[in-house]
Design a protein around this ligand. Structure first.
Ligand SMILES: Nc1ncnc2c1ncn2[C@@H]1O[C@H](COP(=O)(O)OP(=O)(O)OP(=O)(O)O)[C@@H](O)[C@H]1O
Length: 251
């Protein structure tokens, strides 16, 4: 079975992001390009031009905010990166894979290599925190032992070890969002996409969520986050791409 390590040592041995004992080690060097858009235009069936001739390169190991007004095309940009939408023109290349024409099983396999976090968490309310996080690994055929090996450090990383047996309704919004981050990263994807992850959260919880995302980035994950929250962006001092009228601008 395929397991995508988020970090790969120079001799190609898997080094798990989830080993939190390594939290004091230096960030691993990430060489190469994670995302490339070449002259991408996305026109929805209703004729709306959501992205226009957009080109960008995002390096492995980057942490990048995508900002812009409502309706400017931020979510569309992320959807193109995980194959939920196809470009009308141009090419989208993620982790050296050209997504143009990727369908069916090949698309599903590709998506396993990407962690996705949504504004509304999308948790299963009848399942505990531990079950929500391990569910994705079960669906991919991981053994119980491997799921256990990954679960504990993942919950520790997002600060939810003590909540493993709680149900989502017993958690705050910020905690629920951290469960959704745990679910997104438990398979150790090299790329994490977060679409307005703090959109429903107050400033304190937003900051906690962003800190978790920055920690993941420091372990080597490429992290791309859309947000409206200018204050949060300023506080983080991370690179920013602005989307204006469907075009991308590095700030
Ligand atoms: N499936 C769709 N069909 C038609 N138009 C769409 C579709 N999805 C998005 N759009 C339009 O494309 C434009 C960009 O949408 P998108 O969701 O990417 O913007 P956004 O910057 O993420 O907005 P917000 O910050 O409000 O979430 C919007 O005008 C939207 O109405």
């Amino acid at each position: 079975m395929e397991v995508m390590p988020i970090l790969t040592t120079q001799n190609n041995q898997e080094e798990s992001l989830l080993d939190t004992d390594k939290s004091n080690s230096q960030p691993k060097s990430q060489v190469g390009t994670m995302v490339e858009l070449h002259s991408v235009t996305k026109i929805y069936p209703n004729g709306y031009h959501a992205l226009v001739d957009a080109s960008i390169k995002i390096n492995k190991g980057e942490f990048l905010f995508i900002t812009g007004p409502s309706g400017s095309g931020k979510s569309t940009f992320l959807k193109l990166l995980y194959g939920a939408e196809l470009p009308t023109q141009g090419e989208v290349i993620v982790d050296n894979l050209n997504l143009t024409g990727l369908r069916g099983d090949r698309l599903s396999l590709f998506r396993r290599r990407i962690g996705i976090v949504f504004q509304d968490y999308k948790l299963i309310h009848q399942r505990t925190v531990a079950e929500n996080v391990s569910f994705v690994l079960q669906a991919q055929g991981y053994t119980r032992k491997e799921i256990q090996r990954r679960l504990e450090p993942t919950l520790k990383l997002v600060g939810l070890s003590s909540k493993a047996n709680c149900f989502p309704d017993q958690l705050s919004g910020g905690e629920q969002q951290r469960v959704s981050i745990a679910r997104a990263i438990v398979g150790t994807p090299p790329l994490l996409l977060a679409d307005e992850p703090t959109g429903n959260l107050d400033p304190d919880n937003s900051w906690q969520v962003i800190q978790v995302l920055q920690k993941l980035n420091s372990f080597g994950a490429t992290v791309i986050v859309t947000t409206h929250d200018e204050q949060l962006v300023r506080r983080c001092n991370q690179p920013v791409v602005q989307v204006k009228n469907g075009r991308l601008y590095r700030a």
